[in-house]
Design a protein. Structure first.
Length: 205
């Protein structure tokens, strides 16, 4: 896989919404969503994953103000340790990607490990680092700024902004934009990316 051209790979681009910034300090998952990027760097909005998660805890107003997910919306939904394995099945053997991947990865890992469940997601691309490698010199690499800079418009309702599926879809298009730019620079495989921009391609163990 590591020597396979980007255009022949399948990617799963995911995003989470949470009650806070750190699972170690008690923050919990509220939503997990993903979008498939198929060979040819084609985004398939008919092949998605999206589930709300009951955190079994309160949702601070500061978090609610960002994503709009209320306690009523998640009450009775599956817990994280039930949803994450389904997400991992959805990922299959694809390469996963997320914007600021370490944040989302930490939540997935924490929720499974607290239930003593296995977590195996060894191949994760961080699109923050990927964008820095492909498009140097931008004033900000936040997802909001990159959406504006590249004029990314995915046909999802505006009310989805800062919901996991909206962010996953826009990150998927960002991934494609960056990979096409890297291909133009003869960086055409994960191996090339890891060699030229080591921090862009994370291999978690």
């Amino acid at each position: 896989m590591i020597n396979t051209p980007f255009t022949e790979l399948t990617f799963t681009v995911f995003d989470t919404e949470t009650t806070g910034m750190s699972p170690v300090k008690g923050a919990r998952l509220l939503e997990l969503a993903a979008v498939r990027v198929k060979p040819g760097l084609t985004i398939d909005l008919q092949d998605t994953f999206c589930e709300l998660i009951d955190p079994k805890s309160d949702i601070p107003y500061q978090a609610y103000a960002i994503h709009g997910i209320s306690k009523t919306m998640v009450c009775g939904k599956p817990e994280a340790h039930e949803v994450i394995p389904r997400f991992m099945d959805y990922c299959g053997g694809s390469i996963t990607a997320a914007h600021n991947a370490g944040f989302d990865y930490a939540f997935l890992k924490h929720h499974l490990e607290e239930k003593h469940l296995a977590f195996d997601m060894p191949k994760v691309i961080d699109t923050v680092k990927l964008a820095r490698a492909a498009h140097k010199g931008l004033r900000s690499y936040s997802l909001d700024n990159l959406i504006n800079h590249f004029e990314i418009h995915i046909p999802l309702p505006d009310s989805y902004r800062h919901r996991a599926l909206f962010d996953a879809a826009h990150t998927a298009l960002l991934l494609c934009i960056c990979l096409k730019q890297l291909i133009s620079q003869n960086i055409c495989t994960p191996a090339h990316l890891f060699t030229h921009n080591r921090q862009s391609f994370y291999i978690f163990r």
